[in-house]
Write a protein that binds this ligand. Structure first.
Ligand code: ATP
Ligand code: ZN
Length: 320
């Protein structure tokens, strides 16, 4: 097997094959091979050791690609304080994706009420109370609140990794509800941030294509909700604030982002009172790599067993 063959397996989409069938086909092949373990809910899977060995290799490469900037490495749990979640505006911009966390806080009588509903198979959500937490939708959100108030000359660079939740159930194994990202983050002056972004605009596609993936870079927008969201989408595109690195898994007209880089301008600097050494509001940018997306793309590209993968790809991933 070579790493230059076109992805023409059963998942490639032709005009007569709706893309949803291709999603289901790839999911079924990953499940049949044992790479993904279904849970009964679309977008939530167990992964086997072989899948995780690819994730680990990919993670090492993503981390190494930013090591020259000597980032501050920091890890957070997969949830953020609701106060930050609300301040970032996630509910305003992406209401259908949110994952607020609810729990039970009542007394024994209220608990009996919950159990009655449980036993009857009825909905009990209105008997729960919203907690002070929300599931993290993007792991960089944990970082910005603690960066300020003033950063030293030269700015800051961070690296973080973690589970993200987005309520977007799908049969597409590239679109999960819980997935992992490694993000590199720059908080600094506009010039410093843009110079950092320029380097990643080269490195990210290089990294993905070195794994045999067919990558193109493109200007994109986030799925902002509603009428106001349409304006935000347009302005994000016009200003080229989001650039995605898209791979061909279901055919060239249905590419999926395995990584994307966002330039937030002074958005997070304002929200979390971060100023640079010259007293201006800090700008920021982040690049996120999706572990499961890249890994599923590699299994689609190279086959369901890593033993048959091209040796250069196996070497890059440290698969021995
Ligand atoms: P999409 O446009 O495909 O929904 P996105 O552009 O919103 O993705 P980002 O918010 O930029 O994604 O997240 C960065 C990376 O996280 C993506 O490039 C992708 O690799 C990964 N990612 C995002 N959403 C998902 C998901 N639902 N399942 C798996 N990986 C995801
Ligand atoms: Zn980010």
């Amino acid at each position: 097997m070579t790493d230059t063959a076109a992805p023409t397996g059963p998942t490639a989409v032709s005009a007569s094959t709706p893309v949803a069938d291709a999603h289901r086909d790839l999911r079924d092949r990953l499940v049949a091979a044992g790479r993904l373990v279904p849970t009964g809910v679309d977008g939530i899977y167990g992964r086997d050791e072989m899948f995780e060995s690819v994730v680990a290799g990919f993670d090492r490469l993503v981390s190494a690609a930013g090591a020259d900037a000597d980032p501050t490495r920091v890890e957070y749990p997969p949830m953020i304080p609701k106060v930050n979640f609300d301040r970032i505006g996630y509910l305003r911009n992406f209401p259908e994706l949110v994952g607020p966390i609810f729990s039970f806080v009542g007394d024994a009588a209220a608990h009996r009420g919950v159990l009655d509903r449980l036993d009857a198979g009825d909905d009990y959500s209105d008997l729960l109370t919203q907690s002070e937490l929300a599931l993290t939708p993007a792991c960089c959100y944990s970082v910005y609140p603690s960066v300020g108030p003033r950063i030293a000359k030269g700015g800051r660079t961070f690296e973080t990794c973690g589970y993200c939740f987005r309520h977007e159930p799908s049969v597409d194994p590239m679109r999960l509800q819980a997935f992992r990202q490694r993000e590199h983050i720059r908080v600094a002056t506009p010039d410093e941030v843009l110079a950092w972004r320029d380097r990643w605009l080269e490195r990210a596609p290089e990294l993905l294509s070195s794994l045999g993936l067919d990558v193109v870079s493109d200007v994109a927008n986030d799925p902002f909700f509603g009428r106001a969201g349409r304006l935000m989408k347009m302005s994000q595109r016009e200003q080229q604030l989001k650039i995605e690195f898209l791979v061909d898994v279901y055919g060239p007209e249905h590419r999926t982002a395995c990584s994307s880089i966002n330039y937030h301008q002074d958005h997070f600097g304002h929200l979390f009172d971060i100023t640079t050494a010259d007293g201006e509001t800090a700008h920021s940018s982040c690049i996120g790599f999706g572990f499961e997306r890249a890994t599923v793309a590699m299994f689609q590209r190279h086959g369901m067993d890593t033993a048959g993968w091209p040796s250069n790809v196996r070497d890059r991933l440290g698969l021995g």
